[in-house]
Design a protein around this ligand. Structure first.
Ligand code: GTP
Ligand code: MG
Length: 240
């Protein structure tokens, strides 16, 4: 507590305040009726998150199958790794606030495209396009949006191929189409994106330092692009 607050709540008052707060939480937020309310209302949310998790499983399997089947032809695995996540509740709420999305589950499904996210890390840039087009050619995958930040990098230097797709999941007595965001990148682009992402959380940097780091990262991104293409050229020669 700062001095001003200390004047409002003189010595001794601090303790009784925290007791009051704890009593309030126990009697209200931990009451049977409130906890019943939470249980009842969080079930549909848990259900929706489970559907997104199912969609991730479907999409991941498709990429594992593509990797396995292409590995025979290529004599190597085009997919280095796959990372998936369902968006955390706090980050979902932040995005709903930012995009002014109505506070209901249908609006989330309609407006938030990245509740389910799958990241496919490939060895070489041309693997990205081969895997992405084989994935999109599957008759149960519907393309909603495609953004090629490899051909047109973001001003930050960010490079990846993004697809928003719809994939069906088969439940006990219904079939549901779920949206999934798929990001394709090379190992080097992924390395870059993880480091650059950390910069977003450094709010305490003086502006000139922040700009210098952003410039440095943009330069690194360009070198990474060059490196990826050189490695691909070496691979091609090895294969001849
Ligand atoms: P959001 O950025 O998610 O609000 O939606 P959007 O429609 O603008 O999508 P966009 O394609 O720009 O980005 C979606 C995701 O790509 C982000 O959530 C990040 O995971 C990633 N991404 C986009 N731009 C950058 C970037 O400059 N740096 C890093 N590290 N990741 C980025
Ligand atoms: Mg964005």
């Amino acid at each position: 507590m700062n001095e001003e607050e200390n004047m409002l709540f003189p010595v001794g008052m601090e303790n009784s305040l925290s007791t009051y707060r704890e009593d309030f939480v126990r009697e209200n937020l931990m009451s049977d009726s409130f906890l019943d309310f939470v249980e009842e209302n969080t079930k549909p949310i848990d259900q929706l998150f489970a559907y997104y998790q199912c969609a991730i499983m479907e999409v991941e399997t498709k990429f594992r199958v593509l990797d396995e089947s292409l590995s025979v032809e290529l004599e190597r695995n085009p997919i280095e790794s796959i990372k998936s996540r369902v968006k955390s509740v706090d980050s979902l709420l932040r995005k709903m606030r930012k995009k002014n999305v109505a506070l209901n589950l249908a609006a989330i499904e309609e407006n938030i495209n990245d509740v389910a996210g799958v990241r496919v890390i490939c060895s070489f840039p041309d693997d990205i396009y081969e895997i992405a087009s084989a994935f999109l050619a599957q008759d149960d995958i519907t393309l909603i949006a495609r953004k090629d930040y490899i051909k047109d990098p973001k001003p930050s230097g960010y490079r990846s191929l993004h697809l928003i797709v719809e994939v069906p999941i088969f439940l006990k007595d219904e079939k549901r189409n779920m949206k999934v965001e798929v990001q394709f990148r090379t190992i080097a682009m992924d390395f870059w994106a993880s480091l650059e992402h950390k910069l977003h959380y450094k709010h305490d940097l003086p502006p000139e330092r922040a700009k210098a780091l952003a410039d440095e990262l943009r330069d690194c991104a360009e070198r990474i692009e060059e490196l990826d293409l050189r490695m691909q050229a070496v691979r091609n020669e090895c294969h001849e």
